[in-house]
Design a protein around this ligand. Structure first.
Ligand SMILES: Cc1cc2nc3c(=O)[nH]c(=O)nc-3n(C[C@H](O)[C@H](O)[C@H](O)COP(=O)(O)OP(=O)(O)OC[C@H]3O[C@@H](n4cnc5c(N)ncnc54)[C@H](O)[C@@H]3O)c2cc1C
Length: 519
């Protein structure tokens, strides 16, 4: 094995959270004794495709060629990118932020309260600087009403008739219609931005926007290099880290550091920790070095369904781009912690449907002239709204197997009931909007959860129900941190914006604990 290089810090995974975290620590952190800049390695299993500088709203000819090939990992195009065997597992510098839909919310007040209920100091005040970092750097904002499509206006009016008034996002969860926020800069509304597509013109917010900050502050990005394990030495009942073992170009290499941040995503992090001998004894058996039953447990996420609609008139305009749009929030007033809050959103009342998608729509006649006539208008007449519900009160959460990454999640009768409430609301909306609708609910629909997964290495003050403390360091292994969608204990919304927030906030906490002058 070649001589191991020594670093002040190694970050594993240059996805949404990892890249942001590495960039901010490199920029603002210093060696506590010398005050000098830190030597940081950022190791990523996937390639660095977008090497040229981002030009928001312009892009770069090379980016334009590459981006269309970076499609959903589920479709595995056999193109440029490989993905991990789990969902939400794109393998590339930028991680899933490359193809996320950029539909986001900032944390609600209940999110801060739920996090703080784990005994950690993650209040709105504590996180303000990190939230502002994201808002400013990634340009978080709502689409102006002038950019809404006719379908979105119809949705807003139908919602008003059902009693949901439009209001700006202010962090309180109440029954209302709200904007979904987005991250875009100089968007030219080309129409190709939506879930599953990267932005050809670099306008969509991704963690790559932090790459120039990382590079300018000396971060050594080691791409196409899979970390095989974090090297953990046993110490008493716990352990310490001393670096990582990784593979690049068929060579097995070692990098040394007494601080390693694992940012491999909701499934990637528990799996890497498992390979490193840290996790639940019942899964690791004799390979166990340090035990913590919560590694891979507490997998949480929303339940998700869609509702297809067909309109007699155009509800969106071909030849223009998509919005991030608006959503109904419907709160279950029995709970004060956001449990069972429904989000009914209009993502597909904005983007035109591609002809091949329209031809396969459940509304499309199978053959002949009827099919031809349908196709003449389908791309602007088909719509869809999505129904989502946040976590059940009974706290039935899922589990990721730390050896395989396979995830299991039990059903929940309460979520099933709330999704049926959502269905009733969606039917009323469709009727008021004058649409034909088709439910996609299976007849024996079970609350399934697990969409936008999170919580698999969650933070808390008690190692009996968590993996890391409020400063993102493992309860059991000194110098080991987890910063990604697995770090936050619970969420009332999508995972991407919170993963980014973990990167920005985790960096600040780790700097305060280890990388400030005179500690
Ligand atoms: C199609 C799609 C659409 C989405 N749309 C939205 C949306 O609109 N709104 C929203 O809020 N969220 C959305 N999400 C979710 C969001 O993208 C993720 O929650 C977010 O990217 C998670 O960030 P992360 O840092 O935890 O993990 P990731 O971004 O997945 O980063 C993990 C990185 O670690 C690397 N890695 C893993 N293991 C190793 C290893 N052993 N060695 C080296 N590197 C490793 C991976 O290759 C990857 O680059 C979407 C996701 C998908 C897939």
């Amino acid at each position: 094995m070649a001589q191991a290089k020594q670093y002040d810090l190694i970050v594993v995974g240059a996805g949404f959270a990892g890249l942001i975290c590495a960039a901010r620590i490199a920029e603002k952190g210093v060696h506590p004794k010398t005050g000098e800049k830190l030597k940081i390695a950022l190791i990523e299993a996937g390639p660095n495709l977008l090497k040229n500088r981002q030009k928001h709203g312009f892009g770069d000819p090379l980016h334009r060629q590459m981006i269309p090939q970076i499609l959903w990992e589920e479709f595995d195009t056999g193109g440029l990118l490989k993905s991990w065997p789990w969902t939400f597992g794109l393998k590339v510098v930028g991680g899933c932020s490359i193809h996320w839909g950029a539909h986001m919310h900032l944390p609600y007040d209940v999110d801060y309260e739920n996090w703080s209920a784990m005994g950690i100091s993650w209040t709105k005040k504590d996180m303000k600087e990190a939230v502002d970092d994201m808002v400013q750097t990634l340009h978080v904002h709502a689409d102006p009403e002038e950019a809404w499509t006719p379908g979105e206006r119809m949705f807003r009016n139908a919602a008003a008739e059902l009693g949901y008034k439009f209001r700006d996002f202010d962090g309180a969860q109440v029954n209302a219609v709200e904007p979904l926020l987005t991250m875009r800069k100089n968007c030219i509304f080309c129409g190709f931005h939506n879930e599953g597509h990267g932005c050809k013109y670099d306008a969509k917010g991704t963690s790559l926007w932090y790459l120039p900050i990382a590079e300018a502050n000396g971060v050594e990005l080691i791409a196409d290099a899979e970390v095989k394990k974090v090297n953990i030495e046993k110490r008493g009942a716990g352990g310490i880290v001393n670096g990582v073992t990784y593979e690049k170009n068929g060579q097995v290499l070692e990098a040394r550091s007494d601080k390693v941040i694992v940012s491999c995503g909701w499934a990637g992090s528990p799996v890497l920790l498992g390979k490193s001998g840290y996790g639940p004894k019942d899964e690791l058996g004799n390979d166990l070095i340090v035990g913590n039953d919560n590694v891979g447990r507490n997998w949480d996420g929303e339940t998700n369904h869609s509702f297809a609609m067909l309109f007699d008139q155009p509800i969106k305009e071909a030849g223009r781009g998509t919005n991030t749009s608006i959503c109904i929030m419907d709160v279950d007033r029995k709970y004060t912690d956001g449990t069972g809050t429904l989000r009914i959103n209009t993502a597909d009342l904005s983007s035109i449907n591609y002809p091949h998608q329209s031809a396969l729509s459940a509304f499309a006649p199978a053959f002949g002239k009827k099919h031809m006539d349908f196709m003449k208008t389908a791309i602007t007449h088909l719509g869809e709204i999505t129904l989502k519900c946040s976590r059940p009160p009974t706290h039935i959460t899922g589990r990721v197997n730390v050896r395989t990454g396979a995830a299991t999640y039990g059903g929940d009768p309460y979520i099933e009931k709330r999704m049926r409430d959502a269905r009733e609301i969606a039917i009323e909306l469709a009727k008021k909007m004058g649409a034909k609708y088709l439910e996609r609910f299976p007849a024996n629909f079970k609350g399934r959860g697990g969409g936008h997964p999170n919580g698999t290495c969650r933070a808390g003050s008690d190692r009996r129900n968590s993996v890391i403390n409020g400063d993102f360091e493992s309860h059991d292994v000194k110098g080991l941190f987890v910063v990604d969608a697995g770090s936050y204990p619970r969420s009332s919304i999508n995972s991407g914006s919170f993963a980014a927030l973990m990167g920005a906030f985790g960096a600040r906490r780790i700097i305060a604990t280890y990388f400030s002058r005179g500690l």
